[in-house]
Design a protein around this ligand. Structure first.
Ligand code: SF4
Ligand code: SF4
Length: 435
């Protein structure tokens, strides 16, 4: 059995995982909130079903491990069931406990990638640069079949769906700026903006600078979510400790409110995970209090933007825009969609998206590991976007950006997916600098 976390946060406070799973009364309030249940109608693909399976796993009563594995691997970890549940049962975290228990040892590619990200980020970046250079040559058309041949279909699919590789990593631009001694904000570069969408980070920087003055890049590594989701708790903890120490060393900065300067993150998956650092450490660990102080400073760009004093947009919005909520922002961080802010910068061109809170089916590598189920969920999402007539779909996490871009290209090519920072920056002061 792999290492498990052992404790979960519930409506009744922190509990051991078995007690958290046992709180499920099987009322079924969560059923209709679960995208995989709605798509399949299968009990084992619902929050209620998955809770029972995790509990039975812990009791050693699983007679059909294959079925349990199917049920747990098809969970999007979206957290919608928890929001619908009166007891706030953390099903997604329990599912991860179940996966760790079943897997024992995660697959080689997951271990390799998580270890590189956690302990050898420079080598990871060098490998990624080579992969990007290779992709530009057009040779990856050969890479896909090779990965298929090696049994790494998920990676092969991910490679095919990846956007055009950027010419530079975000950190290369940010590290070039002289660091501020006492900045009013710090910036945490999530892997998505850093390695895939540097224009997102540049836009976030431009907006925060406009609203609060010059800030500072924390020079961070991966937040640890990848390690956490793929069963490497020790790597997730090592990354968390490193980031906690970095922010402590960087100090409180000089935010105009007098409060410690916030740590801004512009991928909601990453921001939500940074906010959850305390639960990686047992209550009696000296790291627990430090993690709590760190997390209290983390701000998702979705919550920071509305509070910034930004000039009004000078030109009418180019097209009708709508907003898809990242599950991590809504269900993980409890954030409402920033509709008033979007109306302020877009006027009548912004309109709410029906079912904006429903998962798009991206969820990291889920779309590549379960392409049919993911596509079923995605088609419903794209259908709602098409009904709205929007041509710009805004969102706040890398996984949603990738999944929406794929879905729009396939089913509704009239529209494009755009990160909220990029859109806001373009509305307020034109295209991001340096892109
Ligand atoms: S986390 Fe999402 S996909 Fe998983 S059981 Fe809950 S609602 Fe369903
Ligand atoms: S997880 Fe919560 S909402 Fe779902 S069946 Fe159990 S108690 Fe009811």
């Amino acid at each position: 059995m792999g290492e498990i976390l052992g404790r979960q946060t519930t409506a009744l406070g922190e509990q051991i995982s078995y007690d958290a799973a046992s709180q499920c009364s099987r009322c079924g309030y969560c059923l209709q909130a679960c995208p995989t249940y709605v798509a399949t109608g299968r009990e084992s693909f619902s929050g209620r079903g998955r809770n029972q399976i995790v509990r039975m796993l812990m009791e050693g009563r699983i007679s059909r491990p294959r079925e349990a594995e199917d049920a747990l691997s098809t969970c999007l970890l979206c957290g919608a069931c928890t929001l619908a549940c009166y007891a706030r049962i953390p099903t997604a975290d329990l599912v991860l406990e179940g996966r760790r228990a079943i897997q024992g040892h995660p697959s080689f590619p997951a271990v390799f990638l998580t270890r590189l990200l956690a302990h050898r980020p420079r080598i990871f970046r060098r490998l990624l640069k080579w992969a990007y250079a290779l992709k530009r040559t057009g040779l990856p058309r050969l890479l896909g079949p090779l990965l298929d041949f090696a049994g790494l279909q998920a990676l092969a699919e991910a490679e095919r769906a990846a956007p055009r590789p950027p010419r530079f990593f975000l950190r290369e631009k940010l590290e070039a700026a002289p660091p501020m001694a006492r900045p009013p904000w710090f910036y945490f570069a999530a892997c998505g903006p850093d390695y895939l969408y540097p224009e997102v980070g540049l836009s976030t920087f431009a907006l925060l600078e406009r609203g609060l003055g010059r800030g500072r890049f924390l020079q961070n590594g991966c937040c640890g979510l990848f390690s956490y989701n793929y069963g490497r708790l020790e790597d997730a903890r090592a990354l968390a400790e490193r980031h906690i120490e970095s922010l402590e060393k960087a100090g409180n900065g000089a935010h105009p409110s007098g409060e410690p300067a916030p740590l801004a993150a512009d991928c909601s998956s990453c921001a939500a995970f940074l906010k959850s650092y305390p639960r990686l450490f047992p209550p009696n660990s000296p790291w627990r209090g430090r993690a709590e102080r760190f997390s209290s400073r983390v701000r998702d760009i979705v919550e920071l933007l509305p509070d910034l004093e930004l000039p009004t947009a000078q030109t009418p919005a180019p097209a009708k825009a709508t907003y898809h909520e990242s599950c991590r922002a809504r269900n993980g961080e409890g954030l409402a969609p920033p509709s008033p802010f979007l109306k302020r910068i877009s006027g009548d061109a912004f309109q709410e998206l029906p079912e904006s809170e429903v998962c798009c089916g991206g969820a990291g590598l889920f779309a590549f590991r379960h392409p049919e189920l993911s596509d079923q969920i995605l088609r419903r999402k794209i259908g709602k976007i098409a009904e709205s007539g929007a041509k710009i779909v805004l969102t706040s996490s890398t996984s949603c950006l990738l999944q929406l871009a794929r879905g729009l290209a396939k089913y509704y090519p009239q529209a494009r997916a755009v990160h909220i920072s990029v859109y806001a920056s373009e509305r307020i002061h034109g295209p991001p600098t340096g892109s």
